[in-house]
Structures are given as structure tokens and as C-alpha cells.
Design a protein around this ligand. Structure first.
Ligand SMILES: Cc1cc2nc3c(=O)[nH]c(=O)nc-3n(C[C@H](O)[C@H](O)[C@H](O)COP(=O)(O)OP(=O)(O)OC[C@H]3O[C@@H](n4cnc5c(N)ncnc54)[C@H](O)[C@@H]3O)c2cc1C
Length: 405
């Protein structure tokens, strides 16, 4: 005989674990099944925020979210906002700390988040199936039959928390989209986002391994679409670092574009120009090659100077270098792709689910949440926030249905 559950959750990542907690608490763990294809729950959580677990951000608005086909996330992120996430983790014994707007578990260890969520599902006695990939879901009577290497189970409601296509080695290689396709859903084009950018190489030759604090802007079709301040790390293929990751979201799905790096973000071009004019006139022994030494990283200085021609007047030469410091443009030619990306742009179109509770419009009783939907957030905790908010919205709707029965 098939095991029967009120609710089955497919995917034991961040959203799946949040949904499991809420459902087990309200419906009883014995009525909830959680399937995870990895041999343990929440594997990806450990890698988030460079192992520090950036779970949300002090500033949250729908402007922080993107999609291919348009997504109205406003209602859900207002109902289940960043304070609600912080309160939720406080209820699990996890205090939080803010650093430049980014919110982390106190102690800055992502493992604290993973442990808190895993311990919770164990304590609430949810039926957890690890190393169990759900291969097929079919509608059956008032629910669904889920099958895989664990056999077959029946569940009245199913919440799909399978993630997207980014970071395949964490279990999210995009194959789970076939589950929604077989239930009548479409899937948009998918693109890697929050990922290292490949750029033209000539200009960055010799900069490999150099890290700099910059103001960085993204230009697409000649228009400025985003700006941020942070670090870039030059690599042999292009740029990495938090500023590059942030901007990459604005190139996802676009054909090319340009990144503008402004070195010395705290100084304006005019002051730099005056400083250089003085340096050139007071220290005539300084060679062109060493002119920017002590102002920017030596290698960066060389790269800037290589594109500045000589001028007769010192002021003009200084002004051209200052311009170069503030306008280090790099053509974007691609990204390192899904294996290196933190998130997927694209997924199940938002128009195919109820925007408030994320129930499928194609299969009643099925919910789709987290990265599996066509919603992705900026760098800075917005994706875990979405995973939390969307899972809570879906789980609470399931709970309400049983309360009203
Ligand atoms: C390296 C890295 C760092 C990141 N850092 C941050 C950060 O600091 N802050 C932030 O907000 N976001 C961060 N993200 C993004 C964030 O982790 C994801 O957006 C978020 O985890 C998505 O949650 P989810 O529950 O939708 O999917 P996931 O957390 O990806 O979980 C999906 C789960 O479903 C399982 N699964 C898939 N298919 C099946 C199936 N058929 N049967 C059973 N199980 C299945 C997978 O194995 C996986 O465990 C990072 C991502 C990466 C890769």
C-alpha cells in the first residue's frame, strides 16, 4: 500500500526546509513528506554568503527582483518580509547581525542556518527521504502520486521546492523542470545570474589576481542599467568579486554590454587630475610607468596608462589619466555559466501560479516556490529571502485549507 501524506515537499533546500517546518508544525510531522535527492538536507545553504549565510537584507523591495516573463512579487515579500524572516530565525534560536545592509546569522556561519532548519524537521518528525529524487508526479484523485527510487507515495498537496539550474553540484541542475512540464507548465529561457563575468581580455592582461575597491556600473545597449560599489577581482577570463556578481544580474539574458569601473570611488575626477598635475610638476623624476604608483595598484596603474596618449601640457595629461581612472570600460562577452552561478534567471512563469499563494493554475493542489519560479533576486540576501517568503506563502495556504476542512 502507498504511503499517504497530506503534503509532500520536493526539494530539501532553503525553501523546502522552511515549508517543512511550517507544515509539520501545523499538520503534524507524520502527515508531511520531504524528498531530497542529495544524501543530506540543505547542502547549498552551507555555501551561501561565502559560508557566512547572507539570509536577507535590511532593505527589501520588489525592485530587488528580476524575471524573464515578469513577476509580481510585491504581495508576498510584503507579507513575508525581512523582519518576518529575522523573527522566524529568532524563533529557531538564531540571532542575526547586519553588515553593510546584509543580514547574517550571528557568528557568521551558514551552518547555523542549515542546522537550525534540519534539527527542526527532525524534531517535528517529518518523514524525510534523503537520496530520494522525485522522478515523476502525476495527478491522481484529490492529490498526486510521486515516484522515484523510494517507490510511490500519495500526497494531497505538493510543494515544489526544487531550485533552478544554478550550481548543479548542489543538486540543482535544472532536471527538475521536467516535473512541472509534465503537469502542464511552461518554463522560460534560463540564464545564469550572480556569476563571474567574462570580459574582453586585452585590457586586463597582467591584472590576474589583483583586487580593487571600485564604483562599478553596467551598461546595456549604451544605457546605464545598474551601479554598485564593492570589490572586483581581476581574473584571466574577466572579473569576479561582489561588484561583478551584483552587476552580472543586469547582463543575464542580454547579448553583451559593458562594465565601467571607477577606481578611487571616494575621490572625484577633478581632484585626481589636480593631484596628478602637482605630482608631475613637483616630482619631475617620476617616470610615466610609476606615475600612478601609490595612487592605485601598480598593475592597474599600468593598465590605465597604457591607454592614455602623451599630451604636451601637463594638465591635459593629468586630466586624461584621471579620466582613465574613472572610466575603465570592459566589454562583457559572457559569464562563467550555470556551474558557477548563484541563481537562475527564468523558470516557471509567474503568470502560471496564483500570485499570492503560488498555487499552480495548471494543477490544483500543486505549489511552486523559490528559485524554480521565474524570479531571481539581487546579490545581498535577496534569493534566500525569496525562498523563505515564497515557501511561507505556499505552506500557509496549504495549512489554511486544512484548518477550513
Ligand atoms: C554558491 C552560492 C552562494 C549563494 N549565496 C547566497 C547568499 O548569500 N544569499 C542569498 O540570498 N542567496 C544565495 N545563493 C542563492 C540561494 O542559495 C538560492 O537562490 C536558494 O537556495 C534557492 O532556494 P530553493 O529552496 O528554491 O532551492 P535550493 O536551495 O537550490 O534547493 C533545491 C533543492 O531541491 C533538490 N532537488 C532538486 N530536484 C529534486 C528532485 N527531483 N527530487 C528531490 N530533490 C530535488 C536539490 O537537491 C536542492 O537541495 C547562493 C547560491 C550559491 C550556489
Amino acid at each position: 500500500m502507498k504511503r499517504k501524506y497530506k503534503a509532500a515537499i520536493v526539494g530539501g533546500g532553503f525553501s523546502g526546509l522552511v515549508a517543512c517546518d511550517r507544515l509539520s508544525l501545523a499538520l503534524g510531522g507524520e502527515n508531511v513528506a520531504l524528498f531530497e535527492k542529495n544524501d543530506r538536507l540543505g547542502k547549498k545553504i552551507l555555501a551561501t554568503g561565502n559560508g557566512r549565510g547572507n539570509i536577507t537584507n535590511a532593505k527589501l523591495s520588489s525592485e530587488n527582483y528580476h524575471s524573464v516573463s515578469g513577476a509580481d512579487v510585491n504581495g508576498i515579500i510584503r507579507k513575508y518580509d525581512n523582519l518576518s524572516l529575522v523573527r522566524y530565525f529568532a524563533s529557531l534560536g538564531i540571532a542575526t547581525e547586519e553588515e553593510d545592509g546584509r543580514i547574517y546569522p550571528s557568528g557568521f556561519q551558514a551552518s547555523a542556518v542549515q542546522d537550525a532548519l534540519r534539527d527542526r524537521s527532525a524534531y517535528l518528525n517529518a518523514d524525510v527521504f534523503c537520496s530520494s529524487e522525485v522522478k515523476n508526479i502525476v495527478k491522481s484523485g484529490n492529490g498526486f502520486i510521486l515516484s522515484g527510487n523510494f517507490g510511490e507515495v500519495f500526497a494531497e498537496k505538493v510543494i515544489l521546492c526544487c531550485g533552478g539550474k544554478a550550481g548543479g553540484h548542489y543538486g540543482t541542475d535544472g532536471t527538475a523542470f521536467s516535473l512541472v512540464s509534465s503537469l502542464g507548465h511552461s518554463v522560460t529561457a534560463l540564464y545564469p545570474s550572480l556569476v563571474q563575468l567574462k570580459t574582453e581580455r586585452e585590457k586586463i592582461k597582467g591584472l590576474k589576481g589583483v583586487k580593487a575597491k571600485v564604483k562599478a556600473s553596467a551598461f546595456v545597449g549604451g544605457e546605464k542599467v545598474a551601479e554598485t560599489e564593492g570589490d572586483v577581482l581581476f581574473t584571466e577570463y574577466g572579473i569576479s568579486g561582489n561588484a561583478a556578481f551584483f552587476l552580472s544580474s543586469y547582463f543575464a539574458g542580454e547579448k553583451g554590454g559593458e562594465v565601467n569601473l571607477e577606481f578611487l570611488p571616494e575621490k572625484n575626477e577633478k581632484d585626481i587630475s589636480l593631484f596628478l598635475t602637482e605630482k608631475l610638476s613637483k616630482l619631475p623624476y617620476i617616470t610615466r610607468e610609476n606615475l600612478l604608483t601609490g595612487i592605485v595598484n601598480k598593475q592597474i596603474g599600468k593598465a590605465i596608462l597604457s591607454s592614455v596618449k602623451d599630451f604636451r601640457k601637463t594638465e591635459d595629461f593629468a586630466a586624461a589619466i584621471a579620466r582613465g581612472i574613472k572610466n575603465f570600460n570592459l566589454k562583457v562577452v559572457g559569464s562563467l555559466g550555470f556551474d558557477y552561478a548563484q541563481v537562475t534567471r527564468g523558470g516557471v512563469p509567474f503568470s502560471e501560479v496564483d500570485k499570492d499563494v503560488l498555487e499552480s493554475k495548471k494543477a490544483k493542489g500543486l505549489y511552486i516556490v523559490g528559485e524554480m519560479l521565474d524570479v531571481d533576486g539581487d546579490c545581498g540576501g535577496y534569493n534566500l529571502q525569496w525562498a523563505f517568503s515564497s515557501a511561507a506563502a505556499a505552506a500557509d495556504d496549504v495549512i489554511k485549507l486544512y484548518e477550513n476542512k
